[in-house]
Ligand binder design. Structure first.
Ligand code: FAD
Ligand code: DHB
Length: 389
């Protein structure tokens, strides 16, 4: 088989890139290790920047999001038993959209099916080859047979555990990372959210986040030690712990109910440099991970795709390599600013085992300063709604 762009991974990055290419007549194939159902069962991101929603529209996969997504003009930070609002729209003129990653993925998959795009699920042992030449190819196994796809370019959109980044010679890539000593225990429950906007809480018992997927579906998280086991967290314990970390009136307003999903996510910062190796390009979690505080991961996958799609489009329409040559530098410049912001949000809102009294006083001063300085709050808001592309 031959295609122009072979895309590894059918997550948001791969699907969005594939759709933008298909819409402009560039042939592409998506190779995905998991089943379609498995990809759709992963509950992850929930908050989209305006740049991300604009790309979904551009891809032709934005109509359900426009109809069912929840535009949010602000969110609350809770500390010292009180809530303080961050007026995103008042401070920046922008808002964010609450719409689940599962729905984004479903909408993109359906659009791809309608436009006749080729996706190969349950592709085993996907391997990129020859990306240091002008004639790369990808191999995989399916149905007990070995297959080969010749292509012009390979897009590694296969997430943190993918094969693309691992296929690069060790000396050609540099890794920057930081692991945090805690995780996020998250649940989904079909109960109304505690309020119309998100609440991020800094509490002596640890961080908590009240989020949502719709008016009838809530998403909650609590910080837990990294070694915590999900079996030790029956729903009752989760609800009790969540309520203890929220201001009294907020805790009393929480509607509890059986969880429909429960998992623990590790918290880490990770950046691979560069994001381009000859004709192989990394985009999304394949190239970088942010701690979830601040909701940047999926949005960074979208901004990478913006730069990569524009570069490929320029190559196919103008025969110019300039965009491809600039891809890694442009994407990383935005990635590092989001890394900084997510790291800052994480540091400001979580309890760290080694912070001690000094660290907690600094955290408190940081929060106090935020709500006494419009300049500081505007800096938070402009990062939260998403920096320009
Ligand atoms: P992925 O979604 O990981 O997709 C990669 C795909 O590649 C997968 O389908 C995988 O099966 C496939 N794959 C892997 N290896 C191979 C292989 N060898 N061969 C073929 N296919 C392969 N981000 C936000 O922006 N906002 C949020 O609110 C937010 N909240 C989050 C909350 C949690 C609890 C977590 C865990 C993450 C959150 N994120 C958030 C981050 C966001 O989910 C990720 O950044 C996003 O999924 C990245 O998309 P991706 O397409 O790059 O990678
Ligand atoms: C969600 C996740 C985040 O990391 C965040 O900052 C806000 C919301 C969510 O899953 O709803």
């Amino acid at each position: 088989m031959r295609t122009q762009v072979a895309i590894i991974g059918s997550g948001p990055a791969g699907l969005l890139l594939g759709q933008l290419l298909t819409n402009t007549g560039v042939d592409n194939v998506i190779l995905e290790r998991a089943t379609r159902e498995h990809v759709l069962s992963r509950i992850r991101a929930g908050v989209l920047e305006e740049g991300t929603t604009a790309m979904l529209q551009e891809a032709g996969a934005g109509s359900r999001m426009r109809a069912e997504g929840l535009p949010h003009d602000g969110f609350d930070l809770a500390f010292d038993g009180r809530r303080h609002r961050v007026d995103l729209h008042g401070l920046t003129g922008k808002r964010v959209m609450v719409y689940g990653q599962t729905e984004v993925t479903r909408d993109l998959m359906e659009k791809r099916a309608r436009s006749g795009g080729r996706s190969i699920y349950e592709a085993v042992n996907v391997r990129p080859h020859g990306f240091d030449t002008d004639r790369p190819h990808v191999t995989y196994q399916k149905g007990g047979r070995e297959h080969r796809i010749d292509c012009d370019f390979i897009a590694g959109c296969d997430g943190y555990h993918g094969v693309a980044r691992r296929s690069v010679p060790q000396g050609a890539i540099e890794i920057f990372e930081r692991a945090f000593p805690f995780g996020w225990l998250g649940i989904i429950a079909d109960v109304p959210p505690v309020g119309p906007e998100l609440v991020y809480a800094n509490h002596p018992r640890g961080f908590a986040l009240c989020s949502m997927r719709s008016h009838t579906r809530s998403r909650y998280y609590v910080q837990v030690p990294i070694e915590e086991k999900i079996e030790d967290w029956p729903d009752e314990r989760f609800w009790d712990e969540l309520r203890r970390r929220l201001p009294k009136a907020t805790a009393e307003a929480v509607t509890t109910g059986p969880s429909v999903e429960k998992s623990i996510a590790p918290i880490r910062s990770f950046v691979a440099e560069p994001l381009r190796f000859g004709r192989l390009f990394l985009a999304g979690d394949a190239g970088h991970i942010v701690p979830p505080t601040g909701a940047k991961g999926l949005n960074l996958a979208a901004s990478d795709v913006r730069y990569l799609f524009d570069a490929l489009h320029e190559f196919y329409t103008e025969k110019s390599q300039a965009g491809l040559d600039a891809y890694s530098r442009r994407a990383l410049a935005r990635v590092w600013k989001a890394e900084r912001f997510s790291w800052w949000m994480t540091n400001t809102l979580h309890r760290f085992p080694d912070h001690g009294g000094f660290g907690q006083k600094i955290q408190h001063a940081e929060l106090d300063y935020l709500f006494s300085s419009r300049a500081a709050l505007t800096a938070l808001a402009e990062n939260y709604v998403g920096l320009p592309y």
